[in-house]
Write a protein that binds this ligand. Structure first.
Ligand code: NAD
Length: 454
């Protein structure tokens, strides 16, 4: 049934409501899908150079509004201003990158007897993109930019908690000259709007980023119509530090690998595995780095971490803290807002919830290992497989362990996992399909094969 009403948005840094946003009803979601369906043929049939030009114009308008978008994200999501500027810039960059797609979406000519065989990559139609609250701008762009570039129209549902930047980007698309119906932002509930993307027969693909639990429901729903689906789900990634690594560098970088965005990051390296012979040295250096980690007002230029997105998310993290022994933690503001400090737990065993489950907050579990085989086995002892890091000075080991760890995105002597021009996605319960990189637009097409007898 349709749901009506409005959501009150709360500033996570103050805990105070600041804006009401209309929650789209089922009938309104249907209307948005129908206008995207109506806009599809003319968007698909635009000359490739013209579609490319419109995407570049869209990127330029997003760029011109970088500061406005970043400020909205600070207020709505509690992201640090530095991160939020990067996130708006990422939308611009992803649009620019995929603006090169329309003129390069080439098929093949395959040798055959008695004729000519050629392939075409044809857009699917309407693509529904469902976005979580943790990275409202980048995750939206990773879906809509390659989908639009490949000739699809898009309906996009932001998370209930964090719709403001997506709504603004939808307005900027029109300002840039995209025809109405080509890209429509539809804020509302998952059970109403998101569910309609799954059940409406005129949506031909669902791109879902969010929890593994909801992702399974989306996949089951899409199966009813044999609908295309991409899932980007949870993670419990390992940061493996070998004794032959630059231990000081590994410890200095570890907070950024897990506490960025207050740990509300599917790629957070929330398990740190340290070779026993350097365990004490690593932990000592990590403690210094964690105490220096600046958890302050996210609007402050020097802030490294803001609040949790909501009281609910803060309380969910605190449940893990209750059952664990915190070895040390950093500082955080007290008083209003959904604040937590950066926290480090020494894990006593692999059965502990803090070791196994995705906490999605600023809490990291550390454990010692003895040799390479054990490190790989511990890293792989997880339902998830999204990202991870390996710190070592031995190139052979870096390659062996990279091949051994069952995860989609690994970094050696680094914790950066996402570049828009390289593929991104998970193994196991972390997802299905890949986003970003040179091949992403093909995931928004059907490949058609045509044989012409000569
Ligand atoms: P969530 O699964 O609760 O919600 C995600 C989105 O799905 C929201 O827009 C929500 O409204 C919508 N939704 C909820 N129920 C739905 C339904 N029945 N049908 C259709 N849509 C529905 O997740 P969340 O709490 O917003 O986000 C946190 C989770 O997202 C974490 O588990 C995190 O790991 C994951 N995540 C994964 C990636 C990745 O790329 N792998 C990136 C970011 C976040």
């Amino acid at each position: 049934m349709a749901s009506t009403g409005a959501t009150t948005l709360v500033n996570p840094a103050t805990g105070r409501g600041f804006r009401e946003v209309h929650s789209v009803t089922e009938a309104e979601a249907d209307a948005a899908i129908e206008s995207a369906h109506a806009a599809f043929p003319s968007w698909r049939d635009l000359p490739p150079g013209e579609r490319a030009r419109l995407l570049r114009a869209f990127a330029a308008v997003v760029d011109a509004h970088n500061e406005e978008l970043a400020r909205l994200e600070v207020e709505n999501s509690g992201h640090t201003i530095g991160n939020a500027r990067w996130e708006a810039g990422n939308v611009r960059d992803v649009l620019n990158y995929y603006s090169a797609t329309p003129e390069r979406l080439v098929g093949k000519q395959i040798p055959v007897a008695g004729g000519v065989d050629i392939t075409f990559h044809e857009p699917l139609g309407v693509v529904g993109v469902i976005v979580p609250w943790n990275f409202p701008m980048p995750i939206a762009g990773w879906g809509f930019a390659p989908a639009l570039a490949a000739g699809n129209t898009v309906v996009l549902k932001p998370a209930e908690l964090t719709p403001l930047t997506a709504i603004r980007i939808g307005e900027l698309a029109l300002e840039a000259g995209l025809p109405p119906g080509v890209f429509t932002v539809v804020p509302g509930k998952g059970s109403v709007v998101g569910n309609r993307f799954v059940t409406h027969p005129d949506v031909h693909k669902v791109v879902f980023t969010g929890s593994t639990e909801v992702g399974k429901q989306i996949m089951a729903g899409c199966a009813e119509q044999v609908k295309h689906v991409t899932l980007e789900l949870g993670g419990k990634s390992a940061n493996i530090v070998f004794a032959d690594a630059d231990v000081a560098a590994a410890a200095a970088e570890a907070p950024g690998a897990v506490f960025d965005n207050a740990g509300q990051d599917c790629c957070a390296r929330s398990r740190i595995l340290v070779q026993r012979s350097v365990y004490d040295e690593f932990l000592g250096r990590l403690e210094t780095a964690v105490r220096d980690w600046r958890v302050i007002d996210p609007a402050d230029e020097s802030s490294q971490m803001g609040p949790m997105v909501s009281a609910g998310q803060r309380d969910s993290v605190l449940q893990y803290v209750d059952g664990a022994t915190v070895a040390f933690s950093g500082d955080a503001p007290s008083g209003d807002g959904f604040w937590l400090p950066a926290m480090v737990v020494e894990s006593s065993g692999v059965a502990e919830p803090v070791w196994r489950e995705e906490v999605f907050g600023p809490l990291v579990a550390v454990m010692a290992f003895d040799d390479e085989d054990e490190a790989v086995a511990l890293a792989n002892d997880s339902d998830y497989g999204l990202s991870g890091s390996i710190y070592t000075g031995d190139l052979g080991r870096a390659l062996r362990v990279s091949r051994g760890v069952q995860t989609g995105n690994l970094s050696v002597n680094s914790h950066a996992s996402v570049r828009y021009w390289t593929p991104f996605g998970g193994y196991k319960m972390s997802g299905l399909g890949r986003e970003l990189g040179p091949d992403a637009p093909y995931a928004f097409t059907e490949e058609k094969n045509v044989f012409i007898a000569t």
